[in-house]
Write a new protein. Structure first.
Length: 117
């Protein structure tokens, strides 16, 4: 059992407010979402569609200040409808399952530069 207020995340996270593109479908159509926060282990974003937990997603991650667009894979670990938002939107948390060393290093630089002290 977890206690309220105890941080369970294993990696520092930084607030982020930029667009990402990800594909959660089999049709190969990437959809846009807006990041809320980002870490070397995963991300949280706002998205127009609900996604089932454990859905695998491919993410095109263009980190501000970095020259490369990174292709990562993750699994949806949480999806919750945002209240009082029109049109409906969802907060989606994704845990990275496949990530290159270069992307992890770029994420670490972003988090170090943007994490609240």
């Amino acid at each position: 059992m977890t206690r309220p207020g105890i941080e369970r995340r294993r990696a520092a996270r930084a607030k982020a407010d930029f667009a990402i593109r990800f594909d959660a479908s089999r049709d190969g159509a990437a959809r846009e979402a807006t990041l809320k926060d980002l870490s070397t282990n995963g991300l949280c974003c706002h998205h127009a569609e609900a996604l089932r937990e454990m859905t695998l997603v491919r993410i095109a991650l263009e980190i501000p200040g970095e020259p490369q667009v990174h292709d990562v894979q993750g699994a949806v670990v949480r999806c919750a409808k945002l209240r009082d938002v029109t049109p409906p939107a969802y907060e989606v948390a994704v845990y990275f399952t496949e990530i290159s060393a270069a992307c992890r290093a770029a994420l670490a630089r972003f988090v170090a530069a943007h994490v609240a002290v």
